[in-house]
Write a protein of this length. Structure first.
Length: 76
């Protein structure tokens, strides 16, 4: 079950709190401690190729787009 399917199902149980609690207990996506899905880009939501230095938390694609606005210079 993907994350979007999980959220969609959760909306359907909004009127039934007991069923909703049981559904959450058994079907909630687990919290990640390690791996590629632990962090995602704050701007676009991608998982891979993260630039975490200086607390940016951006993927490399978003970093290239907004690097000059953040004050980084491109050498070469």
């Amino acid at each position: 079950m993907t994350a979007s399917d999980w959220r969609k199902s959760l909306k359907q149980f909004s009127k039934k709190p007991a069923v909703k609690d049981k559904f959450i207990r058994h079907n909630k996506p687990k919290e990640r401690a390690t791996g590629i899905a632990r962090r995602k880009c704050e701007r676009c939501g991608r998982f891979g190729a993260m630039v975490n230095r200086y607390g940016l938390n951006l993927c490399r694609h978003c970093f290239r787009e907004i690097a000059e606005d953040l004050g980084f210079k491109k050498y070469s």
